[in-house]
Design a protein around this ligand. Sequence first.
Ligand code: ADP
Length: 574
Amino acid sequence: MRKPIFLKIFTGYLLIAIAITGITTAVSFKIIRSFYIDTTARNLENLSVPIMLTISPLWDRGRFSEMEDLVKRLESPIQARITVLNTEGIVLADSEKDPKTLESHLSRPEVASAIQGKIGRSIRYSTTIKKDMLYVALPVQQDGMTKGVIRLSVPLHDIDVMLAEIQDHILKVFFAVIVISLFVALIFTHILASPIRKMKEASKKVAQGNFKEKVAIKGNDELSDLAKSFNEMTIQLEASFSEISKNKEELESIVSSISEGLFLLDKQGRIILFNNSAKKITKTDAIAKKYYWEVLRSHKITEILSEKEKDNVVEEITLDDKVYLCSITPLTGGRTILLLHDITEMKKMEDLKRDLVANVSHELRTPLTAIMGFTETLLEDADDKNKEYLSIIKRHTDRLINLIQDLLNLSELEEKGFRIIIEQVDVKSLIENIMTIFEPKVREKGLDFSINASGPMLINADPFRLEQLFTNLIDNAIKYTEKGKISVNMEMRQEKAVIKVQDTGIGISKDNLSRIFERFYVVDKSRSRSLGGTGLGLAIAKHVVSLHEGILEVESTPYMGTTFIVTLPVKAKT
Ligand code: ADP
């Protein structure tokens, strides 16, 4: 429930007034009462001495009835009941009652203490008079011995009457305090609440976006400081707000101008932001709040989105006969940015290029084979001079044929829908077979060669492609090694065949290492050319390995040697 400031302050005032008045009343009542009782008791003590002296002669002579008459006469002038008792507590004379009707007073605390020789005081409710009574008892002594007790008592009724009167006054003061409190609270609340109200109104307007609103509070107190801070805050808010709006506008124009289709998805996959290109891709304007699968019909997107824990995934997808590069970037709060970049034209160009290379290579192969055949025939009968020219023609034709063959191989591997033909292959015997072809070259260069395997290396793979792969790696190892040895080490490691082709050749520098798998990339052009290289061998090797879902890595130290590490799954996916 809402409680206005006024009510809060007033309730506070009222509670304080009640507490102060209540405590003051209770404490003063207590003090007044005990002061009154004390004074009355002391008066009674003082009075008892002359009474004692007056009754003593009668007591000494045992004239108790006369003593009783005397105390009865004394009662009215001193306005106190007088009782005379012996040390057994037997009443000898009483100003109000017949002593014979009274029981022993030995149990009364004031009497008991007077018999002990001390002044006794007690406040009790008297069943005889039916009032609260103050009793004061003094010992009556003779020759240092207590011979009896004289007790004076008065009702406490008077003090209660007096206290009731005081209470009356206090109540009046109490009401006066409350009325004054209410009045002060009213004025004080008004003074305090008016700037607060101003501030409330101003903050309401600021919350509605009106940053021009300012609060004017005079004075030099906390409230005026608060108003100053409030005004500074609105200035800063206005600045930040306009900065944010500007950034937002900029961002919006950037988003709408980019050619990629942009979709911002929430945690549930609903499109919460998109641009013009996104509308073109989905061929609809009504994208907002729709689930992405309602407008982008591709299972691949769902697959990629489910992988989004991996930061920034980029994959190719096909949508309505168009190819897109789909990039997914996860944001905080489960949101995701989905970008679709149309690469259809680029893909078409790539296909055209590949087809062109394949067709040209194919067309060139036949004439080149013919040239090679005739050159070899001519070489048989040529004289020395012509032999030299013909050898040059043969070497270049050879290079061209190699190049054409590598290009054809690469185009075949890159062809859409190309599938490897999986069967069981023993990698060890496959490499042994390859080595028989290279044996003359190895011997000619004086290199050592070894194959090390713990046992048969049976894996599921395409034997023809594996042959291409290892032929390229071993050919390179021999080409780029002048002395030392070439070794092929293989082992089975957790459902994977790991084959290392190692040489002690010229090695590859760190800068070149990352590029050697690129097409036509060669470290040393003239050396590669003279060795009959095409720069396509490793590109083919990499392709073959990835078609088998394996990994091809390289480690190399210049002038020390190079190791190519092929890791192939034992059970390749068909
Ligand atoms: P190339 O037909 O020229 O050998 P590759 O694609 O097979 O083309 O190799 C690319 C380049 O990588 C080579 O030109 C060579 O510089 C380097 N390279 C490949 N294998 C080795 C190796 N075993 N030792 C040193 N360099 C190598």
